[in-house]
Design a protein around this ligand. Sequence first.
Ligand SMILES: N[C@@H](CCC(=O)N[C@@H](CS)C(=O)NCC(=O)O)C(=O)O
Length: 201
Amino acid sequence: MQLIMAAASPFVRKVRVTVHEAGLTHRVGEVPVAASPMAPDPDATAANPLGKIPTLVREDGPAIYDSRVICRYLDDLAGAGFYPDSRLWEVLTLEATADGIMEAAVLMVYEKRFKGDEGKNGEWIEAQWGKVTRALGVIEGRWMSHLSGKLTMGQIGVGCALGYLDFRQPDRDWRAPVPALAEWYAGFAERESMTATAPVG
Ligand SMILES: N[C@@H](CCC(=O)N[C@@H](CS)C(=O)NCC(=O)O)C(=O)O
């Protein structure tokens, strides 16, 4: 299988961490691309009409996307158990919350990158950051118990979302209002799957 990817993407990182944690590194090759909404990459659009990454090209079926579908597929393939039946809806909701943080943070980057300093909408950027901080507050207040115990896709998602905040928003101190989450992340970030997939680009 080939993962169409870029090492800066938090959604790609979710998949790469899942690959590592599920013991599938020998089965998933990587095809780096420069994914951009303004200049779609031909390898990406050939496999995914949306031109988005991550996209997983399989030998025995059509390419699959997005990150939630790919992670669930890999979990099933490896029998990894990252979506425990007993807490399925909670795990999926935590994963969706993490994905929402990533989406908002990626949109902040796009607003700056594609509109430039002149055209960019500062209020809109702050509104996206508002989504991020509300979500972090809810994780701190309601979800900490789900971040301990056996690894789940919710934990992987939250770890990758926080890693992306450090990567793209180093000047915004996301840790200050959420000390328990910050402490959890300090430990999670040391996992081999996380250090092996640190964002670059
Ligand atoms: N919901 C998607 C989001 C993927 C996404 O937005 N990826 C970005 C990179 S971080 C991308 O491909 N951007 C290029 C584009 O939007 O055309 C997922 O979970 O995989």
